[in-house]
Design a protein around this ligand. Sequence first.
Ligand SMILES: C[S@@+](CC[C@H](N)C(=O)[O-])C[C@H]1O[C@@H](n2cnc3c(N)ncnc32)[C@H](O)[C@@H]1O
Length: 446
Amino acid sequence: MNYNARKIAVEILHSVEELKAFSNIEINKRVKVVKDIRDENLIRELVYGVLENKLYIDNIIKNLSRTKYNKIDIIILQILRIGVYQIYFMEHVPDRAACNESVDLTKSFNKKRLSGYVNGILRNASRNKSKEYLPNKKNNLIEYLSIKYSHPKWIVEVFIKDFGESFTEELLKSNNTNPPLSVRVNRNIVTRDELIQILNSHDILAEKTNYSKDGLIVSKPRNITELKEFKEGYFTIQDESSMLVAQVMDPKEGSIVLDICSGPGGKATHIAEAMNNRGKIISRDIFDHKLDLINKNALRLNIDIINTEEYDALIFDDSLKKSVDYCLVDAPCSGLGLLRRKPDIRWNKSIGDLDTLSKMQITILRNAAEYVKTNGILIYSTCTLTKKENMNVINEFLKLNDEYSLVEINTVDMDDNESLKKGYIELYPNIHGTDGFFIAKLKRIK
Ligand SMILES: C[S@@+](CC[C@H](N)C(=O)[O-])C[C@H]1O[C@@H](n2cnc3c(N)ncnc32)[C@H](O)[C@@H]1O
């Protein structure tokens, strides 16, 4: 073994923070040299654990450091973060090991002179582990929630405004949990029951999803995408929430579908599967490399009814007017429904993005509406939770467009069927166990 897992974790965190690298891409790149699955798991846990708990951890460091927080050396800060994370969150790592490993790491980055400083803070953290150093919850609720669950204050404020205080706390808590791994069965090749058997034969446990008719929740094997069945298109990795889009659309075989923001094609390929690969799907995206991914996914899944086109959905396309039976607007959004899966999102977005995005979403939806035939279906979806990007967009759209109305969703079963009757679905990690997600079903009535 000529690598050090903790050192790799520090380097990844440094790239994410200083070079704005995406954590999942950076991890996948760096774990290639790692031979032992336990080391790979340790790297993932340290990186995601620190990103998910950054404000909480930094608050502890601020309370224990004699050096001012903004004067701490950037590599030392990452070493302290993974040290505090191990002490506070990883019960199976002895505190002494967390301290010693961090001191060794400090030396390995040629910062031996700071090893006493690192040692002091971490020994102190270990001695005072029961202390959280949190602000008073009653007097400083936003600050308290922000630090306790490590979400920037603006996100806490938006969630409290949209969902109230106690729901927000539950939501923030669940954003720091480990999401399940779900796969979508390609029903043109196998049934769900058959795929469960196949996965079991590879020692992978699988059970049916609650809401999607095509989903399985699977135990997490190291490389599920290395299985022969994956390569042959039996299944696709996708969160259950995203699987509901095709289920809500419920497209008929032989119809014409436009997926206006389609890359990398997760939903377009599902729609094609639901149409038994008969009909036509126009998959558009503004980025050429995402169209390549759609084509690659379609090839793996034995789908040949998808035509990809590079096109900016903000620009109206007269040639498509009233020409499609179904249109999907899976809009670019803030992604605040994905915080469990992509902890970087919380640090890379700002409140200003919500206004910019909602304006863009309304423009794309209004253009898309023009392409649908009378009696056709328009689906609007996002992987975010903010009202501004979800229901407000739909209300604004309906105000400007009397040719559409929301229609009942009768292809999904849920406990709360009030919103289904009204034509939309809101999914929350703390309630449904899925990513946070929004889907609205609109029908062109004129
Ligand atoms: C939420 S993702 C779509 C995910 C996709 N439907 C799937 O299931 O795999 C939004 C997509 O919109 C694309 N996009 C962003 N701005 C766009 C624009 N102005 N026109 C077309 N596509 C755009 C992004 O490149 C991104 O691929």
